[in-house]
Each structure stands twice: as structure tokens, then as C-alpha cells.
Design a protein around this ligand. Structure first.
Ligand code: SF4
Length: 360
């Protein structure tokens, strides 16, 4: 097939090519091609040029479709990443998510501390432990946030909802500060916890499990988490996701459980080639919706695990990663955040020092 650039040169270099009746210049086909691509120019009236450029344009369009899933995604990053690879990657991640959904009813490991995990897994006796821990899971390592219910029980002497309700915001702050800081933002979290307990009391009769009881639609569960002070979409969808994935809480659907686009998920989605470098969390969320509309959050755990353990901002450990054969970053041997405008590399990723390279 004729390459558009070759065709341009062919026409530009053709001394016999008639001058355009519009501009008087030769090589107006190039302008025609530009117009086809959305740039302003004067269209040529040269029939031969039009034919050549239509051929070239169609050829170019076909190549774009086969090489890039869509304009502005992998194409914008200059990555050679085929539809087939992205599809295979999607299937692999969905299979991992489904495996988690259908896994046995073992204890969900949040912290590595047996007592803390036991309290968090007690959805019948202390469902508010799960809710409160989810609400404080920000600006600190996840393990530290999920330790909070146990820490509060140890410091206050009880974790019963009736014993927590009388605590003032100031008393919550004192619990979070002494003897050692339990969170990076004690004032904010004291307010979050104080209001959360009162909301659970007032709205759910002190029984936090009512948030997800009676098989509600996923949108309702996410909305109920969002109604807590300090909870944004990331926390709300994460909580709903853990409920269905970890605790197998039945919901009517999973459609509104989005991916929780934190730094780890964003980074891995970018490096795998699903979104452009520098994409906002909203773009990542919509990309996941596009890939699996019935349960966009199914990708969450697999991506987060890879991001936390292997796909670090600097020096990702690609040889240890099970996604390496399908990963745009590993395949090109380049940091995708620097790939804009660059030509794709065809080098075998395993032959390049992908893992000794400095990341962003
Ligand atoms: S192969 Fe490397 S860059 Fe790709 S997801 Fe795995 S660790 Fe990250």
C-alpha cells in the first residue's frame, strides 16, 4: 500500500504534475490529505492527486485501526500496542477479577495483623469496623489505615457502637494522637470518624451492615458510602468492591462499582497502554467502564497489587510481572510517560534493561 508520506513526495517531486488552478502551486494533493485529516487548506482540483491521496489516506486509516485501538490512546503515546494485545490483557485481568469473586470464603487480609483482620472481617458483629477503616484509608499506607479499628479498640477499651457514640470530636482526636499518631491527618480523621458513627446510628440504627443488606443495586451501596463525610468516589467504590470481591456480599448488579483510580492503578493502566500518559483519574475510570461495563471495578485488585508490589514509579520489576508479555511499557523498554512523539521501539523488552532504568 502507498504510504501517505511517499505519496506526498511523489506528487511534490513530479515535475509534470499540473499546477493547481486554485493556488498555482504544485503538489496540492498534500493539502488535500491535510484537509482529510482535519487541517485547513485549499483542496486540490487535480483529479490524479485526489485519487492518489484517497488511496494513501485509506491505507493510512486501515493501518491506524489495526495498530491502535483508537486515536489518542496508544497512538498518542507512540506505542506499538495492538488491539489483540489489549484484548488479551483485558481478558486476563477480567479472569483474575472473576477468580477473586468466586474464591472461597476465607478471611480477607487487610493488614497482616490477625486481630485487626479478624475485627475487620466481623461483618456480623462489628460491620462499622469495615466502614470506618474504609473511610480513613487515604493519605496513609492502606495497612496503617485498616489497623485503625483495632487501634481504637485498644485505646478506648471497646469498639461497640454504643460506646463509640458518646465520644466527642475532641476525644476522637485524642484517641488518634496518643500515645502515638495513628494517622497523618488526625484532625480530619477525628471529624470523619465522629460523624460516621453518628450517621450509622441515625441512618442505619447503629447497624452499618444495613448499607449493603437486602441485595441492593451497586449504585445504592456506592451512594451510601459517598454520603459519609470525607468519602469520595475512590473510597466509596473501593468499599463496595471489597464487599463483593472479598466478602461476597450479594448485590443486584456490579455496574456502578468503578475502578478506584489511585496512583498505583493509574500508573499500571498507563504503562499497560490502556490510557495516555498523564491521564486524569476520570479517564482511567471511563477506560475501565469501556473495557468491562458490567463491572468496571473488576480490574481493581489485580492492577493495585501489581502497582503496589512490582510496578513501582521508579524501576518497575517487569521480569517478575505476569503481565510483561502484553505490557506496552515492558515491550517498548521505555517509560511511556516520555514516549510522546517518539517512534515505537521494536526491541525485545527482555533484552533491554527495562528494570534497571530510572522511572518517572
Ligand atoms: S510489566 Fe513492568 S511496567 Fe508492565 S505492569 Fe508489569 S511491572 Fe508494570
Amino acid at each position: 500500500m502507498l504510504n501517505p508520506n511517499d505519496a506526498a513526495m511523489l506528487i511534490f517531486n513530479d515535475a509534470q504534475h499540473p499546477r493547481s488552478p486554485v493556488s498555482g502551486k504544485r503538489g496540492q494533493a498534500h493539502s488535500f490529505w491535510l484537509r482529510l485529516h482535519g487541517w485547513s487548506c485549499m483542496a486540490t482540483r487535480d483529479r490524479r492527486a485526489r485519487q492518489l491521496w484517497r488511496t494513501a489516506y485509506k491505507s493510512d486509516a486501515r493501518r491506524s485501526v489495526s495498530r491502535w485501538p483508537e486515536q489518542g490512546m496508544s497512538r498518542a503515546s507512540g506505542l506499538v500496542h495492538s488491539n489483540a494485545m489489549l484484548t488479551e490483557l483485558t481478558d486476563l485481568l477480567i479472569a483474575e477479577g472473576q477468580a477473586a469473586l468466586t474464591a472461597g470464603n476465607g478471611i480477607v487480609r487487610f493488614t497482616g495483623n490477625h486481630d485487626a483482620d479478624e475485627l475487620l472481617n466481623d461483618l456480623d458483629g462489628h460491620p462499622h469496623a469495615f466502614v470506618l477503616a474504609a473511610l480513613v484509608d487515604r493519605q496513609v499506607k492502606a495497612e496503617r489505615a485498616w489497623m485503625m479499628p483495632l487501634l481504637i479498640r485498644q485505646r478506648h477499651g471497646s469498639f461497640e457502637i454504643g460506646d463509640l457514640e458518646p465520644l466527642s470530636e475532641q476525644q476522637w482526636l485524642s484517641l488518634l494522637r496518643h500515645p502515638t499518631p495513628a494517622h497523618r491527618m488526625p484532625e480530619t480523621m477525628a471529624r470523619v470518624l465522629h460523624r460516621a458513627i453518628h450517621r450509622i446510628r441515625a441512618q442505619y440504627s447503629g447497624e452499618a451492615a444495613q448499607i449493603w443488606a437486602d441485595m441492593p443495586p451497586s449504585a445504592r451501596v456506592v451512594r451510601r458510602f459517598l454520603e459519609f463525610h470525607g468519602a469520595g468516589p475512590k473510597i466509596a467504590t473501593m468499599a463496595a468492591n471489597i464487599l463483593v470481591r472479598g466478602f461476597h456480599v450479594p448485590l443486584r448488579d456490579y455496574r456502578y462499582i468503578d475502578i478506584s483510580a489511585d496512583v498505583h492503578v493509574d500508573r499500571v493502566m498507563t504503562r499497560l497502554g490502556f490510557v495516555e500518559p498523564g491521564s486524569s483519574p476520570a479517564v482511567v475510570i471511563y477506560a475501565a467502564r469501556e473495557l468491562n461495563p458490567d463491572f468496571p471495578g473488576i480490574f481493581d485488585l489485580a492492577l493495585w497489587n501489581v502497582g503496589r508490589t512490582l510496578c513501582r514509579p521508579a524501576q518497575p520489576r517487569c521480569p517478575e510481572c505476569h503481565l510483561r508479555d502484553l505490557c506496552a511499557y515492558a515491550r517498548t523498554g521505555k517509560d511511556v510517560t516520555r514516549l510522546d512523539k517518539e517512534q515505537p521501539s521494536t526491541a525485545c523488552p527482555m533484552q533491554t534493561p527495562a528494570c534497571s532504568r530510572q522511572g518517572p
